[in-house]
Design a protein around this ligand. Sequence first.
Ligand SMILES: [Zn+2]
Length: 277
Amino acid sequence: MELVFAIGVPQEKIAEDRSSVDNFVSRAAAYIFRKHKPNLQLIHLLNVDEVQHKQGPDSPAVKDAVRVQDENIARIRKAIAESGVGDRTVLIIVGDHGFTSIARNLQPNATFRDAGLLEEEDGKVKSWRAIARSSGGSASVYVKDPADVARVRDVLHASAAVDGEVRYTVIERPQLDLLGYNPDAAFAIDPADGWAIVERLAPMAPTVKGNHGQLPTRPGLETGFIAEGAGIRPGVSIPKMRLIDVAPTVAAMLGLDLDGVDGRMLHEVLSIQRSRR
Ligand SMILES: [Zn+2]
């Protein structure tokens, strides 16, 4: 309630849509930073993702959404500058994915049903020997009985291309192990450009125009990393980094030991190399 009163956004307006959530969150972040000066503050702004799902990554609406997010971030930068601790504060802006355009749906569970590997009742899955699960992007394929794996592989390969057009690729377990992928999946399927994977059995047109979650090597799925402030070397460009590099870099800035992580500290952006304790 303190935030609601301090920020002056009526409570019923805070969560009207993703953009109003971002507006409130950025105001709350600025207020909290000024008042409490936390050692670490994390916020998640939503609407650039939302607009790209709804309108597609090439829509002019995306530029508008980015502009509004720029204003939200400016609000936080102003709070940092006026906080009295701006000279020992770092602001990091990071995404966790890019976007691809979606025009058509793949429905692998309907393929499994037609192959007798999944039983449908009233449009829902009644039982399955093989099933695809996806929250967007690529899908995990689970096979209940290991004896069915070879047959499921055949079914997947048989419908991977239709009339010479490749709709998805089948990724086998050895490659999934290299990727650190879900250990319970027998396969993954990664859709070709323009295709989304949905779990539903009944034919359905895409409900989104943009998506993410395919193999991270796909062009367009890269995201950004911007850092400014105390101990950050100005003007440094990082040609390539991984999302898992963010945590060890932030830990180094905070003077914390973070052992046993897979990522690397981005020493090239840090002007002060903290010694390990
Ligand atoms: Zn998203």
